[in-house]
Design a protein around this ligand. Structure first.
Ligand code: COA
Length: 371
């Protein structure tokens, strides 16, 4: 087996074994070109002769014709020496990228062709990616794995990765009537103020997070395009500058919760509206924050569809800053009634989510490994 950088021409072969990877399919077809071009990463393939599979299956050590489960590293080494076949094909893929702060790498997209599994192919790819991180001077490697993906969890745990935090992903459908009923009930209970943060709030937001259990337990991360990054001071400045930080406050000074929103989507899915960090001191406040974000989102959707409704929407926004509302509206270009929430998993969040129509949900574990 040989590990090398992917070539554009590998794509078709790779996609053949990256289609039905999970019950819902796979996403490699949507990211292959992006990953291939990313300057701070490596898109790796493992390649091996297809003949080799037949030989492994028929070997005396493996009378049942199953892929080997032990002595696999020896097998791989032998393959490297003896593989002279011309029919060498990619049998696995993985991607690693140096995060913008250059201190961490993100590992993703490991796929091993079914017929070559349990031969330490993924292990070898992970080793290569960790080496990449060390070469780049990174101090930590991270990855996200579905709670249900035991094979992958065992793989990463065996390589020394530790669980940092558990995250919930919810794709919810906004049904106007149902949402209205939930929201009305919520407003009465929450006479606190929710608004978009500005730079004057910076220190208050930072101080809130330093005392926040959610921030600490989540591993101080937020979600962006299926990677989890550190939510540090600089990033908070950035979110505030882009008006993506929402705060809940009492008496105009004490912060009781923060949410971070994202309008720009990810990959080819640009129409999606996301809440990428959610943190509050109680269930009702968490709900208040969430509904504030959804309110602005749904107003915007309505505006896209029906210009005549603008005045009514502005009237409905009494008590909320008009300029903030206009900003939300002008930035909104989505056509779907779906909203994605990706947040550190708490019982409070689960309780709130149960009230919505959930199209898709999943639980993920964030893993870290010191380099
Ligand atoms: C998960 C996956 C990448 C593992 O690839 P692989 O090349 O078979 O893994 P390795 O042979 O290197 O296995 C290393 C260790 O991981 C664990 N592991 C791998 N597959 C496993 C399985 N099916 N069941 C239980 N443990 C498993 C074992 O601890 C294994 O060590 P062992 O064989 O000595 O017991 C592969 O099954 C795959 O492509 N799955 C579908 C895509 C996927 O889930 N990708 C990861 C997304 S985060």
């Amino acid at each position: 087996m040989k590990i090398r950088l992917a070539k554009k021409s590998d794509k078709d072969v790779i996609l053949q074994f990256c289609t039905d990877t999970f019950t819902w399919g796979d996403y490699i077809d949507r990211v292959f070109d992006i990953w291939y071009q990313e300057p701070y990463g490596e898109l790796l393939v493992a390649e091996e002769s297809d003949d080799k599979v037949g030989r492994n299956r028929n070997s005396a050590d493996d009378p049942n014709g199953q892929p080997k489960t032990n002595n696999a590293s020896t097998t791989s080494a032998n393959n490297m020496i003896t593989n002279t076949s011309t029919n060498v094909q990619p049998i696995a893929l993985s991607h690693v990228i140096l995060c913008p702060n250059k201190k961490r790498i993100w590992i993703e997209g490991i796929r091993v062709k079914q017929s070559h599994r349990r031969n330490k192919v993924a292990t070898t790819l992970v080793d290569e990616m960790l080496q990449f991180g060390r070469r780049m001077g990174a101090i930590e490697a991270s990855a996200i794995i579905s709670v249900n993906n035991l094979a992958s969890r065992f793989l990463f745990e065996k390589k020394g990765f530790n669980i940092v935090s558990r995250w919930g992903y919810y794709n919810i459908q906004l049904d106007g009537n149902k949402y209205g009923r939930i929201n009305n009930g919520n407003q009465d209970k929450n006479p606190v103020k929710v608004r978009i943060a500005n730079l004057e709030d910076l220190d208050n937001v930072w101080n809130y997070l330093q005392c926040s259990e959610t921030y600490s337990l989540s591993g101080k991360r937020y979600f962006e395009a299926w990677r989890w990054y550190y939510l540090n001071y600089e990033k908070i400045v950035d979110f505030i500058k882009h008006q993506n930080m929402i705060i809940m406050e009492i008496n105009n000074t004490i912060i009781e919760g923060v949410a971070i929103i994202n309008y720009s989507g990810y990959w080819d899915k640009k129409e999606v509206f996301q809440i990428v960090y959610l943190d509050s001191t109680s269930t009702s406040k968490l709900q208040g924050l969430l509904f504030y974000c959804i309110d602005h989102y749904t107003f915007s959707v309505a505006d896209d569809r029906d210009n005549d409704s603008k005045k009514k929407k502005n009237d409905d926004c009494k008590g909320k800053s008009k300029s903030n509302y206009d900003d939300f509206r002008s930035r909104r270009q989505h056509n779907s009634n779906q909203i994605q929430i990706i947040s550190y998993q708490t019982n409070e969040l689960l309780e709130i989510m149960n009230r919505f129509e959930i199209i898709e949900s999943a639980q993920f574990l964030l893993y870290d490994h010191s380099l």
